[in-house]
Design a protein around this ligand. Structure first.
Ligand SMILES: [Zn+2]
Length: 676
């Protein structure tokens, strides 16, 4: 989707008028534009209304909603309603129901409740999408398609089991190959017929959702399940595209959600859209990282913030209000990281069921004289004044962090060496060290072209997929700086260990051999003792979780362990390889180490931080056609004085020229267009 063609930044959110008496609609049409909104996501959960039984379709209500939106100058992000099937379908066709991890077939209820391999679900959902596309293809309100909603969950039914065997047959070709890659001679689990293979759940190989006897089976099931749901999405996508080839189609993703390989999904989406629901105590760096991950799904293309709450959520244990200014600040944070929209769940707060305490533009009181409405309306005026300036602009970066869902699944299915290793947390540790120093980062897939980057970080690259080692070697040989860490290069794409010494295929590049891996108890640590200083990195630091016991095989040793029987063994190494450098960090270091280490790496690559960075203040830069826009976000409650250095321009929100030292109130934002 080319967002540069949009007339304005998109501002709006989920709107469910079909859940209300129509007499309230005119008031909605007064209030939504009053808040400056220009888009409504409609029809997300309307399957039961659109199709009250198998043979009957009723589109009249949706017709009136679409016409009403158009009449009031509001675009429709039109959903297909297939995120929850109707009750009649479950009763008539129990095959559409999912079977859970414990092997129990579900009854009707909840959402994400359809078996992704049910032929009936697939045909009925695709049929509904096709009918919607046919009916609304020329509707003037229609801007964007929204397939289903927040895909996720698993199914362990017999149909999924049969489909899994077919998926495996396509992947491995022969049972011999499958037995080898799953190492089924372990415990005598060798398969002689395809039908002997069963799904890994509580009835078979897994004793919990993330603990398994056979990582290979569980890893393949997770891939298969992601593919099964993706297939459902693609069927609807194709049905829509057949009618409206020029309209963009998306679905709403969920950031670091574990169950789906979003890089694979992104190839079938016209624009990335995602739902951002941080808790009030989520670090701002974590939210920033998640936005960057979503931007990375399509190699840096702008995305849509599809949902966030204007005030509070309902599904967390403690649903704190967003304090005054926070909704605006976090909305701009999304824009700062590449969003070309600000959208909410929801526009009118529902009257019953589990989301009635979820925040909304229009609260239960029903009028605009609320704190939340005022804040939304202020943001609406500001976004309107930004016009088209930011649309389509990108975030230039010379630093990339590699991220991979399959790698995460494999790490977190691993039985040993520790249950405390969480892939996303390790990624975040490295991200935060750069964020805290004002460096802009891209998050990229294992497949991404690395050549634009001076520095590539790959924390815990446990799984090395075919061809990857050679690509990384070529990148480093050509002058790149590559950093990886403990527990890397251990297995192939099927979780089979690469023999001949860790880190396997990366061993030659890194110039080290990891002989053993020690797991530390919670609260325990070892010490990183620097041999000499490296930039500001000097003295001692703490490290924890895992410690690789490594030997240099040509790599320069910059720091050693300070404790235990492996005191004096290397913990930080650098191997010069071709024109570049390959670094290994053998344990999980503290934040001070990472700041010093990554600061030194950036210095050595002549990568300068963005201006304006100070504690609690976030900075990012978007640019388009030679114009640069610096975002300065004050996450502190108190006013700060921002130092802009040589950067000078006009603050797009206030229209005033800014340069040098600029006061910035608590929770306030600057978007500075640099003087040409
Ligand atoms: Zn199923």
């Amino acid at each position: 989707m080319d967002t540069t063609k949009l007339p304005k930044m998109l501002y709006g959110g989920d709107y469910n008028p079909e859940q209300w008496d129509e007499s309230i609609w005119p008031e909605d049409m007064r209030l939504i534009p009053l808040a400056g909104m220009n888009i409504a996501t409609v029809n997300v959960f309307s399957w039961a209304m659109l199709q009250p039984n198998e043979d009957t379709y009723h589109f009249e209500t949706l017709d009136r909603i679409m016409d009403m939106l158009h009449k009031n100058g509001i675009y429709a992000c039109l959903a297909t309603s297939t995120g929850a099937h109707p009750a009649w379908m479950a009763r008539k066709y129990p095959e559409v129901l999912r079977t859970d991890f414990n092997g129990r077939q579900r009854k009707f209820g909840g959402r994400h409740n359809s078996c992704p391999n049910s032929p009936l679900y697939r045909s009925l959902s695709t049929q509904l999408a096709a009918k919607l596309a046919e009916r609304y293809k020329d509707h003037p309100a229609l801007l964007l398609w929204h397939v289903s909603n927040e895909y996720g969950g698993e199914c362990y039914c017999d149909r999924c089991e049969t489909a899994f065997r077919e998926w495996l047959r396509a992947k491995y070709g022969t049972l011999d190959k499958l037995n080898e890659q799953w190492n089924t001679r372990f415990w005598g689990h060798t398969f002689y017929e395809w039908d002997e293979i069963v799904l890994p759940n509580a009835l078979s190989e897994q004793w919990s959702s993330d603990r398994t006897c056979f990582q290979g089976i569980s890893l393949d099931y997770t891939r298969f399940n992601s593919d099964s749901l993706l297939e459902c999405y693609k069927l609807e996508y194709d049905a829509i595209k057949a009618q409206t080839p020029d309209l963009p189609v998306t679905t709403n993703l969920m950031g670091t959600f574990k169950g789906l390989d979003y890089f694979k999904w992104a190839k079938h989406m016209d624009i990335i859209a995602w739902d951002n629901y941080p808790s009030m105590d989520t670090p701002t760096s974590f939210t920033a990282m998640t936005h960057d991950l979503m931007r990375g799904l399509k190699s840096g293309a702008p995305f849509l913030l599809m949902e966030q709450t204007p005030s509070q959520q309902n599904w967390q244990a403690y649903n704190t209000l967003k304090r005054p200014g926070i909704m605006r600040l976090w909305s701009y944070q999304a824009v700062a990281h590449g969003s070309d929209s600000v959208m909410f769940f929801q526009l009118r707060r529902s009257v019953g069921a589990c989301e009635k305490y979820h925040g909304a533009l229009i609260e239960h009181v029903g009028h605009e004289h609320t704190r939340v409405f005022r804040e939304c309306a202020q943001l609406g005026r500001e976004l309107d004044s930004l016009d088209t300036k930011l649309l389509g602009s990108r975030l230039p970066s010379r630093i990339a962090i590699m991220y991979d869902w399959e790698n995460r699944w494999a790490i977190e299915y691993s039985s040993g060496p520790t249950i405390d290793l969480k892939y996303v947390d390790e990624i975040h540790n490295y991200y935060r060290a750069l964020y805290e120093q004002g460096h802009q980062v891209d998050i990229v897939s294992f497949e991404e072209d690395l050549s634009p980057y001076a520095i590539v970080l790959a924390p815990v690259m446990y799984m090395v997929k075919p061809g990857m080692a050679a690509r990384i070697e070529a990148y480093v040989a050509a002058g790149g700086k590559f950093v990886t860490t403990f527990f890397s290069g251990i297995v192939n794409e099927n979780d089979i260990v690469t023999l001949g010494g860790y880190p396997g295929e990366l061993r030659g590049l890194l110039g080290i051999w990891a002989e053993e891996i020690d797991a530390l108890f919670p609260g325990h640590h070892n010490r990183i003792v620097m041999k000499d200083s490296l930039g500001n990195l000097q003295g001692e630091y703490k490290c924890s979780i895992l410690c690789d016991l490594i030997h240099s095989e040509g790599a320069e040793v910059l720091a050693e362990y300070g404790d235990d029987f492996y005191k004096g063994m290397p913990v930080l190494t650098r191997n010069r390889f071709g024109s570049g450098e390959a670094w290994y960090v053998a344990s999980s270091p503290d934040a001070d180490f990472l700041q010093g280490f990554l600061g030194a790496l950036c210095d050595s690559s002549n990568i300068k931080p963005l201006p304006g960075k100070q504690p609690g203040v976030e900075v990012s830069l978007r640019s388009r056609e030679g114009r640069s826009y610096l975002f300065v976000l004050n996450h502190n409650a108190a006013e700060v004085t921002v130092e802009l250095g040589e950067f000078a321009g006009v603050d797009l929100i206030t229209g005033t020229a800014v340069s040098g030292q600029v006061p910035l109130a608590g929770c306030d934002v600057l978007i500075i267009e640099q003087f040409a």
